[in-house]
Design a binder for this molecule. Structure first.
Ligand code: FMN
Length: 390
């Protein structure tokens, strides 16, 4: 079973993640992990924080001589901003620390601030927002890169693109080749495959900058080369669609998930929605009329590309703060303002890729097992033979 966990706070020393259960022998390149971290930091609309941080992963356990050794992998990413917070958020409560605190007593609507302060019994939302922050996803992206390296050994790749920013939407499907080209770009604007649509997306972000507002949008994650039969119809918690949906909605600010053309399907007649089944006798394989189901039927991968979308609400922290209440005085007050992003849809897509890669790697290892890559490959190839001769 592949398990992972993250720890770390937005202005703490570092972010940490562990990933347990990858077989031994998976080739790992620190450069590709760092490339994913870089991709997470890009996009037009990011705030000042991303200018401070240039994330670099340090793998401190589980990888030796560029390959996994089967032991838990631990990754650490230092927060460069920590040097400005050592006295504000010290581990030990030294003399005078009280005066150096930076309390947040005016909870921000749309954040964990209020519910978290009540639940954990703090009268200062600082500790809550430190952990609720999407800075945590840096750790997810780092181990997601390891899951990607594992999947790549079996020809499975996971990429994303942005299909909407505010009201501007990409009105056509993107090809896999376009996503590959996009992922290789060294300058990221809004992560859209269509230049004209991307320019209109930028105009929306510019308007948000001008007016002190923020915008959300939709990203699409595509997993390519996935074999038929990951996940299962037999129980609610084995369904791959449900597991992917949880993984996507667990990303900060993602409020909706769509598998395939779910929204369009809900507004159409059934005859227009299902992907017809055909058989190619020459190549002895089943083919499908379309991929509106997003590669998932009955909670299982069906061999087509898996397509999952995440819908992001606009960023909650506004330069023109919303109404709130002071936790101490209970008087009306404007919400606290912390340096903030205006649009994060491309970055959320990269985080979505990491989450999808982790869930697919989990499902893959559940089905094929193996303590070494050689063993997993043998099991996988056996299965492929079975599918071929079906
Ligand atoms: C990549 C990324 C960056 C984010 N940056 C900010 C930010 O700068 N300011 C902000 O208010 N929210 C930001 N968010 C969203 C908040 O983390 C999120 O809205 C908040 O933690 C509450 O969680 P919820 O929206 O999932 O309910 C970001 C989200 C993502 C995915």
């Amino acid at each position: 079973m592949l398990r992972f966990e993250t720890a770390g706070e937005s202005h703490g020393e570092c972010l940490v993640a562990t990933l347990t259960g990858l077989p031994a022998g998976v080739p790992i390149s620190l450069e590709s992990v760092n490339r994913e971290l870089w991709r997470r930091q890009q996009g037009y609309g990011r705030g000042g924080r991303m200018k401070i941080e240039t994330d670099r992963a340090e793998i401190v356990a589980g990888v030796r001589h560029s390959r996994t050794i089967g032991a838990p992998i631990a990754v650490l990413i230092r927060n460069r901003d920590w040097q400005n917070w050592t006295e504000i958020l010290p581990v030990e409560d030294l003399d005078g620390a009280e005066d150096k605190r930076r309390p947040v007593t005016r909870p921000r609507p749309g954040h964990a601030d209020l519910a978290g302060s009540i639940k954990y019994n703090f009268h200062d939302a600082r500790y809550i927002l430190e952990r609720a922050s999407a800075r945590e996803t840096t750790a997810r992206v780092a181990i997601g890169a390891l899951a990607k390296a594992f999947l790549k050994a079996f020809g499975i790749e996971v990429l994303s693109h942005v299909i909407a920013v505010g009201p501007v939407r990409l009105e056509r499907a993107a090809s896999w080749e376009e996503l590959v080209t996009l992922s290789l770009r060294n300058e990221v604007l809004l992560g859209c495959v269509d230049a004209e649509t991307e320019a209109r997306m930028k105009a929306v972000v510019d308007e948000a900058y001008r007016t002190g507002d923020t915008v959300g949008g939709v990203f699409e994650v595509v997993a390519h080369g996935v074999p038929v039969g990951l996940g299962s119809h037999i129980a609610w918690d084995t369904r791959l669609d449900g597991r992917l949906a949880q993984a996507i909605v667990s990303i900060q600010a993602v409020k909706g998930v769509e598998i395939g053309y779910a929204a369009e399907g809900a507004a159409s007649f059934g005859s227009k929605v299902q992907d017809t089944i055909h058989y190619d006798r020459e190549n002895r394989r089943f083919t499908r009329g379309a991929n509106r189901a997003g590669g998932l039927e009955g909670g299982m991968s069906n061999g087509q590309d898996i397509v999952v979308r995440g819908m992001l609400k606009p960023i909650s922290t506004l330069r023109r703060p919303l109404e709130s209440v002071d936790l101490e005085t209970r008087e009306p007050a404007l919400a606290a303002y912390e340096r903030s992003d205006v649009c994060v849809v491309p970055a959320a897509g990269v985080i979505g890729e990491a989450m999808v890669a982790l869930v697919l790697a989990q499902a893959f290892l559940e089905k094929f097992g193996g303590d070494s890559l050689v063993e997993t490959r043998r099991n996988y190839e056996n299965y492929l033979e079975q599918v071929k001769s079906y």
